[in-house]
Design a protein around this ligand. Structure first.
Ligand SMILES: Nc1nc2c(ncn2[C@@H]2O[C@H](COP(=O)(O)OP(=O)(O)OP(=O)(O)O)[C@@H](O)[C@H]2O)c(=O)[nH]1
Ligand SMILES: [Mg+2]
Length: 450
């Protein structure tokens, strides 16, 4: 149902010096509320670029620019809308905003424009979320994934599952209502088969969750090891620039450093840390504590060893710490030859020379592989944690149902209830059913003006 709500306003572009800055307004009768503030010839004609002057409080001119008026339902939100393109000076934009606020128009909440678009059926929830992901995408791959979701690719996947489920439900319901009559219903084998296929599809979608999360926020990858093994050198080699200080002195890096790295479109937060060792130096001590912290909050740890020297207790105790974490062992300084003791203890380790830049590409390749990132082009629609939770819930019900179907007779009434539960979870993903709580938590993550 298309509904026009109270008018809202927001500055839609970042506040800084720029060629143009955009204000956005939406809501019932929004143009009528502000028209007195404009000098405009004729109009407004919907979807037409009007040259306008905006008057200030004292009756002078605040700025001139372009105004586009959209008439409901043909707008982003489905409501009446105004988009105003002024000069990109923060003072002008803020003054314009004040003008509109003084006309009784409320400041928009984060994501409120998109929320209204969703509520007016302009897009489903998956697409609305994709808008936020599109704006926040930190790599081309993340961008592409969000675009495909915005185009409705994931929505149609979920919708197909929903349709199949509805069809099964229809059979089951018919079975209940017309049980006396002689109409064909699903036999147990067919039912199990259909439900298993559904389960498989959900499983397939779930396998993309991790990738989706990584794409959205970047992968935290920490380089750790004892002092002087070449962590900072490797950090620089991976980045392809001399970012971190490298010296022959152990204890060079005192605090952690963080830089963005992009491997095949996957955003990575690469973290160089202080060499871990026992020390009495108060500054270094804090650095070591921070290294240990980073170690525990990373998605993946690269344990760096110096292959040109025999292993020391320090190497082993750091290895002990990373053992339970996602990690890869890297033997550095391979250009100096790798000691047998090191090679024997870590036969699987990747050998590199940060100094010579050898083995770096191979390391990147293995990294992606180990992160379990599915980069296949066929399924580039990735899921968020919210979708994951709902899919898991639906899968749980489905699996328990399949289990019971194998061993016992299930009343069609019970079957129906279970299937309806699965349906509700799927529908919550696309927003067929949604509560104010869900919407609040989704749209509050948006920036204002979107
Ligand atoms: N031959 C050789 N030397 C290297 C290699 N990588 C690093 N080095 C040298 O090892 C020394 C220490 O390098 P860093 O990168 O500062 O080591 P680090 O692990 O960051 O040391 P801390 O910050 O003190 O913990 C420097 O003299 C580097 O030039 C390598 O692959 N081969
Ligand atoms: Mg260092």
């Amino acid at each position: 149902m298309l509904k026009q709500r109270e008018p809202i306003v927001a500055i839609a572009t970042p506040l800084g010096e720029s060629a143009i800055g955009v204000l956005r307004l939406s809501g019932l009768g929004v143009w009528e509320k502000i028209r007195e503030l404009f000098l405009i010839r004729g109009g407004p004609r919907p979807r037409y670029a009007h040259f306008v002057k905006l008057k200030d409080q004292e009756g002078g001119i605040l700025d001139e620019g372009i105004m586009v008026y959209y008439r409901s339902p043909r707008s982003y939100t489905g409501e009446d809308m105004v988009e105003l393109f002024l000069h990109g000076n923060p003072i002008i934009l803020k003054k314009a905003l004040e003008l509109f606020l003084s006309r009784g128009i409320r400041l928009a909440e984060p994501g409120e424009f998109t929320k209204r678009a969703f509520l007016n059926g302009k897009m489903d929830l998956l697409q609305a979320e994709a808008v936020a992901d599109l704006i926040g995408a930190r790599s081309e791959r993340a961008l592409k994934s969000a675009q495909r979701r915005l185009q409705g690719e994931l929505s149609s996947l979920i919708n197909t599952m929903r349709d199949r489920l509805l069809e099964i439900l229809a059979h089951v319901e018919a079975d209940i209502e017309f049980s006396e009559e002689d109409i064909p219903t699903l036999d147990r084998g067919q039912l199990v088969n259909l439900l298993q296929n559904l389960d498989k599809d959900i499983e397939k979608l779930l396998s993309t969750v991790r990738t989706g999360e990584f794409l959205a926020r970047g992968i935290n990858l920490a380089l750790v090891g004892k002092p002087n093994v070449g962590k900072s050198s490797l950090f620089n080699a991976l980045l392809g620039k001399e970012r971190a200080i490298v010296t022959h002195l152990p204890g060079t890096t005192r605090d952690f450093l963080q830089e963005n790295l992009n491997i095949e479109g996957v955003p990575i937060n690469l973290i160089d840390t202080a060499g871990i060792r026992h020390t009495e130096d108060p500054v270094e001590k804090i650095g070591v504590e921070r290294s240990l912290q980073k170690l525990n909050t990373s998605d993946m740890v690269l344990l760096v060893l110096d292959g040109s020297k025999d292993l020391e207790d320090e190497d082993l105790s750091i290895h002990e710490r990373v053992r339970e974490l996602e990690h890869l062992v890297v033997i550095n300084k391979a250009d100096l030859g790798v000691r047998e003791s090191v090679a024997k203890s870590f036969p699987q380790a990747i050998r590199v020379s940060a100094l010579k830049g050898e083995g770096i590409e191979e390391l990147k390749r293995i990294l992606l592989e180990r992160l379990g990132i599915h980069l296949s082009d066929s399924l580039q629609v990735y899921l968020s944690v919210r979708h994951e939770a709902l899919l898991k819930k639906s899968q749980k019900v489905l699996k328990s149902l399949l289990n019971r179907l194998e061993t016992e007779e299930i009343f069609p009434e019970i079957l129906m209830l279970d299937l309806r539960e699965v349906l509700i979870y799927l529908e919550e993903i696309i927003g067929v059913v949604s509560t104010e709580d869900i919407l609040g938590s989704i749209f509050s993550k948006f920036c204002i003006g979107k």
